[in-house]
Design a protein around this ligand. Structure first.
Ligand code: KG4
Ligand code: ZN
Length: 344
């Protein structure tokens, strides 16, 4: 049974996992740097790189201990090579290259967003391709079409802020700290989603792009006029959450119907949001669309999703090599440039 060691360090989580070729998770560990960045209200890339350097070795050791395996039991090593913060990406990629060289095993470079798209792959109810994928995270909000060959076409994306970024910026203004998505969700539980009106930009237009910066500006304007009591905060959180969830769901339904593809997969950190999940469940039911929701732990950044992509490349005999470089930006359509060589 082949096993992949996977490393994810594209932003502020150091994540390591070991997954076998059937998709069974043998170990899945994460060190989140969130506490370190609370003071700054966001990620400081150089601090992130240093924290990854400190954490990567002890975390990898813990990952092996939890799986009850040693490095000799690993058949390939994978890491996120793009897109992301260049310093943090370099830490994970160089670490993976070192292991691949030392152990003479294949190296597989992975595109972070393909990881989010395929986070649920190998789970029994994961749909057969083609399917539409809605990815909403702190850095990205996009709709993709994934075909039988794992070729991924971008259907639409945010023209300004990502959904998670909008949650985080509004949350910061509300004094909820960073990241704020989960905290806005908590406040929203007791709020009135109809109290504040947010017109959803570009709804019913022909394309599938998103725009969240207008919503953010409007929320900040409401906030300036509001007394900051708990009821108002809760109402604003509920209204913002409803607007973001509706915008994501509306584009996703339209993309499925216009392409005649009746399978939808959700991914990215915002996919952990319960209101978004419930709304998509309702809308998919109304439109006869099969919906796949990954477990919440595997919506936010993790290394299991990187391992799953790597296993698919391993099956196909597609590998990277020591010349493969990390890339701060790389569209998902260009992911195949990460694979230079056939079987070593
Ligand atoms: O995918 P992810 O872990 O990192 C990126 O690649 O960006 O996503 C992090 C984003 C943050 O913006 C965070 O506020 C948001 O996901 N998030 C949520 C929830 N949990 C995380 N947004 C809304 N509701 C949540 N429950
Ligand atoms: Zn992510």
């Amino acid at each position: 049974m082949k096993r992949v060691l996977a490393i994810e360090t594209s932003c502020d989580d150091t994540a390591i996992a070991i997954v076998d070729e059937r998709g069974t998770i043998l170990s899945d560990v994460i060190y989140s740097q969130v506490e370190e960045f609370k003071l700054f209200g966001g990620v400081v890339p150089e601090m992130g790189s240093r924290a990854h350097i400190e954490q990567i070795l002890p975390l990898t050791k813990r990952c092996f201990e939890e799986a009850n395996l040693t490095i000799k039991d690993i058949d390939a090593v994978a890491a996120t090579f793009a897109p992301g913060l260049i310093g943090p990406l370099l830490v994970g990629a160089q670490f993976a290259k070192g292991i691949a060289l030392a152990r003479n095993i294949p190296l597989i470079a992975v595109h972070h967003l393909e990881g989010h798209v395929l986070a649920g792959y190998f789970l029994p109810d994961f749909p057969k391709a083609p399917f539409i994928s809605l990815i909403a995270s702190g850095g990205h909000s996009a709709l993709y079409l994934c075909d039988e060959h794992f070729s991924i076409e971008l259907l639409g994306e945010t023209l300004d802020d990502a959904a998670g970024e909008a949650f985080d910026k509004i949350g910061r203004a509300l004094g909820l700290g960073y990241p704020a998505g989960a905290k806005i969700e908590k406040y929203a539980e007791h709020g009135d989603p109809k109290r504040f009106n947010f017109t959803i930009a570009m709804q019913r237009e022909a394309h599938f792009n998103f725009s969240f910066s207008g919503l953010k500006t409007k929320a900040l304007r409401y906030l300036a006029e509001l007394s900051h009591d708990d009821t108002s905060k809760a109402d604003l959180c509920a209204s913002v959450q409803e607007a973001i969830a509706s915008a994501l769901s509306e584009r996703a339904m339209r993309a499925c119907k216009s392409r005649g593809i009746y399978s939808l997969v959700l991914g990215g950190g915002v996919a952990a949001n319960t209101r978004l999940r419930t709304l998509l469940e309702q809308e998919c039911k109304n439109n006869d669309i099969a919906l796949f929701l990954p477990p919440k732990r595997h919506c936010t950044d993790n290394a299991v999703m990187i391992a799953k992509v790597a296993l698919l490349r391993l099956q196909k005999g597609l590998f990277s090599d020591m010349k493969t470089d990390v890339r701060a930006t790389l569209s998902i359509g260009q992911k195949d440039c990460l694979y230079h060589t056939a079987l070593p």
